[in-house]
Design a protein around this ligand. Structure first.
Ligand SMILES: Cc1cc2nc3c(=O)[nH]c(=O)nc-3n(C[C@H](O)[C@H](O)[C@H](O)COP(=O)(O)O)c2cc1C
Length: 441
């Protein structure tokens, strides 16, 4: 009997109008969509029609009013809804798709995060996930009482403890804590409630949390930091890692490296799913896909393209747009993504313009331009080559790119035996093929 092929896991990363930085200028994209619930509901239902494991909402806690380069303000796409609130509204309108929201360990406190996600997990009958981020922008810090963001090692030091507290709080109630026994008069059994009594360097949290264990035990933990510290946190605590991997060779190294870190925490490498971003641009033929890609390139607003780079490299207005990318500002410890972008520019000897043209669709994630078969070929090669367990689909244009992927690529993956034909289960954890989480009870 032939062995069953590995099954691709899929997430949809919903980012407003799409991952093309000027997506909202495209005639297929409704500009007001990002402020309308129906837009997100349609995207989520399309993902569910495509049997996706989850939809994923990135989040940054700032509405930037920095006008760099000058004149850019008001020209770029934004997200509008607070992710957990939005997912709570999507929960009763969907059945099987996982609902993952981003929440920052730098600006939040563990009790609130634990409680909100546990509630979403109850509301969705075991489909919630928390994307743990440490945040990195000064502009975000300014909304939380400080002018600059904590430096990276302090952020991760806090994040390590933060995640432990949240996991501890999620384990407050034993699965059978609610006895509802009218005879004895006990609604819940106090012996089945754990008080956390956490005292650490960053937090003192007594607990317990009153939210019962959900159908999947506790929310799925997603992690997106790629630095040394980020990978260590993920190896110890994450169920899913969302990464930026533009090339198979580096993806394989990242995949092996991350899974290799898990043994020292007593974890099985299969219990962490690595899902790099994937941005397909589809066409009936390769030539058509390339034409559509060029059309998208023509939509790029140069100011918006520069804005993305300026956020990383500082104001580039003084530098010739067709000249080389200047040395990075030295005042900040660089986020892993910024280093990746700089390496890309240096490796290809790109000018500032060439760099923003290449990052304006997909932020350096793996962009594949081709037919549905060609996109499926890449996905298959990455899965069989142990570069990924699945992918986070990054639609260039929403909702069009999501619909195209579901209608055109999903059937190819199914025919090849690489993707489910129906959901295996109702919970996110089970669909991802992850075991029930441990409990101290
Ligand atoms: C694929 C991916 C998605 C991310 N999404 C978010 C996000 O939605 N919000 C956020 O504040 N940070 C996000 N981050 C940032 C990281 O969580 C982390 O704070 C940042 O990358 C700096 O840490 P690092 O050097 O470990 O990557 C994301 C990072 C990656 C790689």
């Amino acid at each position: 009997m032939s062995e069953r092929k590995p099954q691709i896991k899929l997430g949809l990363s919903i980012a407003g109008h799409g991952y093309h930085h000027s997506a909202w200028l495209h005639p297929s994209v409704p500009p007001e969509g990002i402020n309308e619930f129906g837009f997100y509901l349609d995207l989520t239902r399309t993902a569910e029609r495509g049997l996706f494991d989850m939809v994923f909402l990135a989040d940054f806690v700032v509405f930037s009013m920095v006008d760099v380069p000058k004149g850019v303000l008001g020209r770029s796409s934004r997200g509008s809804f607070e992710p957990l609130t939005l997912l709570a509204a999507l929960a009763p309108q969907t059945e099987c798709v996982g609902l993952v929201a981003t929440a920052s360990t730098t600006f939040g406190v563990p009790y609130h995060v634990a409680r909100s996600f546990a509630s979403l997990d109850m509301l969705s009958s075991g489909r919630a996930g928390w994307n743990v981020v440490t945040s990195f922008q000064d502009e975000e810090a300014a909304n939380f009482g400080s002018a600059t963001i904590l430096e990276k090692s302090s952020r991760y030091d806090r994040a390590e403890e933060f995640v432990d507290v949240v996991l501890g709080l999620w384990d407050s109630l034993a699965p059978d804590a609610y006895v509802c026994d009218r005879q004895s008069g006990y609604l819940f059994d106090p012996a089945k409630v754990r008080t956390l009594n956490h005292v650490g360097r960053h937090f003192r949290v007594k607990g317990p949390l009153g939210t019962p264990r959900s159908a999947q035990g506790r929310p799925v933990v997603v992690q997106a930091g790629a630095s040394e510290e980020g990978q260590e946190l993920a190896a110890r605590t994450a169920d899913v890692v969302y990464s930026v991997q533009p090339r198979l060779e580096t993806a394989q190294a990242f995949y092996a490296g991350l899974k290799g870190r898990m043994a020292k925490y007593g974890r099985d490498p299969d219990h962490l799913k690595v899902m790099p971003g994937l941005l397909p641009v589809l066409g009936g033929t390769e030539a058509e896909a390339k034409r559509r890609f060029r059309e998208m390139q023509e939509l790029i607003d140069p100011l918006v393209g520069l804005r993305y780079l300026s956020a990383i490299f500082g104001d580039l207005s003084g530098h010739p747009i067709d000249g080389p990318v200047p040395e990075l500002r030295k005042d900040k410890q660089l986020a892993t993504r910024a280093q990746l972008i700089l390496d890309l520019a240096r490796r290809n000897n790109w000018s500032i313009r060439q760099l923003y043209e290449s990052t304006a669709i997909g932020n350096t994630h793996n962009t594949v331009v081709g037919t549905p078969e060609q996109v499926a070929d890449v996905m298959e090669a990455w899965i069989l080559g142990r570069g990924a367990d699945g992918f986070n689909l990054l639609p260039a244009l929403s909702p069009l790119s999501v619909q195209e992927f579901v209608d055109e690529v999903v059937p190819v993956l199914q025919r090849r035996g690489l993707y489910r034909r129906e959901y295996e289960a109702r919970t996110l954890r089970e669909n991802l093929g992850l075991p029930a989480p441990p409990t101290a009870h």
